[in-house]
Design a protein around this ligand. Structure first.
Ligand code: SF4
Length: 356
């Protein structure tokens, strides 16, 4: 298969096929999936696809697959329970000290494993001015809110002017100290992460965090790294988000390379998500036991600086927790069996717990 390096964003089955990213005989399959879920692939990511590799880890993340139409009984339209925790449109208040505001429902790329796949897509829109004002009123009225997470969709798809308006409005709330933006744009369209956009995320006296989503080390190209550097140059703290995906990054060497690539781009590895129970995503999920085994390997091979936490968003909106592996087993009388990074076990006796 020959890949025609695209210059435009690919949004239809036919455009994926014309770009050489899917075989022509898959048109019907791709169209059936596209009726349900949006397609989006930017030139920056399409260019990374290796020609002739049907299992290419970049292509697989964005090219539809018939298995997306198979629903596992455990899967839910709203896998992490946003709706039940949403007091006003576009705002989710799950934890006491932070809220999440979904500014937009569109993304530059549409990941086939997206946890909000039933909510995002073209036409799903932007939070209106009145809806954003209502979200601001809610944050103002809840003085315990220390952090606001801007998400979507991908909020960095907005123009810098719109981003600056949101930043300034939130920064004007005294008890809000941290603004965290969740985005895939530094890897999906690094050229759009301009100095002007980076500046639009900043506000005097507030901390700006950008959570950069990437799943394979090839996504951290030199252009993507430059985009990250533009964000840090303006003062943003960068952290990573990745999803553990079967066939993309569920092997030790790929995960090690991904985490090192993040650090080299100035991004602190933060979360490795266990796949959420979004509809039609069973083929992406990896057993938790395997995820824990991979985390053991990362702990043995990487510095703490490059090691993320392996996280599960408990279905139904119960919150996000690290799911191991466990490094300590607690016995009675202050005894603990601690596992070292190479797997050896050691007795640790806590004299404080013994009452000594
Ligand atoms: S960028 Fe995030 S919100 Fe957008 S499709 Fe991918 S996972 Fe979903």
């Amino acid at each position: 298969m020959t890949i025609q390096r695209p210059t435009q964003r690919l949004t239809t089955p036919r455009s994926l096929i014309e770009a050489g990213l899917a075989a022509p005989e898959r048109l019907q399959e791709l169209e059936a999936v596209a009726e349900r879920y949006a397609i989006g692939l930017t030139p920056a990511l399409a260019t990374l696809v290796q020609p002739g590799d049907p299992a290419d880890p970049i292509a697989r993340q964005f090219v539809p697959d018939a298995r997306e139409l198979i629903r596992d009984p455990a899967e839910r339209d709203d896998p992490i329970g946003d709706d039940a925790m949403s007091p006003v449109k576009g705002l989710v208040h799950r934890y006491p000290d932070r809220v999440l505001i979904k500014l937009v429902a569109v993304c530059a790329v549409y990941c086939r494993f997206c946890f909000r796949r039933e909510r995002v897509g073209p036409g799903a829109g932007v939070l209106s001015s009145a809806e954003f004002a209502a979200a601001l009123d809610y944050v103002r009225a809840h003085t315990g809110v220390w952090e606001v997470i801007l998400t979507g969709g991908d909020p960095l798809t907005l123009a810098p002017r719109r981003i600056a308006e949101a930043t300034l409005a939130l920064a004007g709330i005294p008890h809000v100290k941290t603004l965290r933006w969740h985005t895939r744009l530094p890897v999906a369209a690094p050229e759009r992460v301009t100095k002007a956009m980076a500046r639009a995320l900043m506000a005097e006296g507030k901390t700006t965090v950008v959570a950069v989503h990437a799943n394979h080390p090839r996504e951290l190209t030199e252009s993507a790294r430059s985009a990250c550097r533009r964000l840090t140059a303006e003062g943003a703290m960068l952290v990573s988000q990745s999803v553990l995906l079967k066939g993309v990054n569920d092997d030790g060497e790929t995960l090690i390379a991904l985490m090192r690539a993040f650090v080299e781009a100035g991004v602190k590895p933060y979360y490795l998500h266990h796949g959420d129970l979004a509809p039609g995503t069973a083929h992406w999920r990896v057993p938790i036991a395997k995820g824990q085994e991979l985390m053991r390997l990362l702990r043995a091979r990487l510095s703490g600086l490059a090691t993320p936490s392996y996280m599960l968003d408990i279905p139904g909106g119960r919150g996000k927790v690290p799911i191991g592996p466990q490094w300590v087993r607690t016995g009675g009388g202050g005894t603990h069996l601690v596992t070292d990074p190479r797997g050896g076990e050691h007795l640790y006796v806590d004299r404080l717990e013994m009452g000594a």
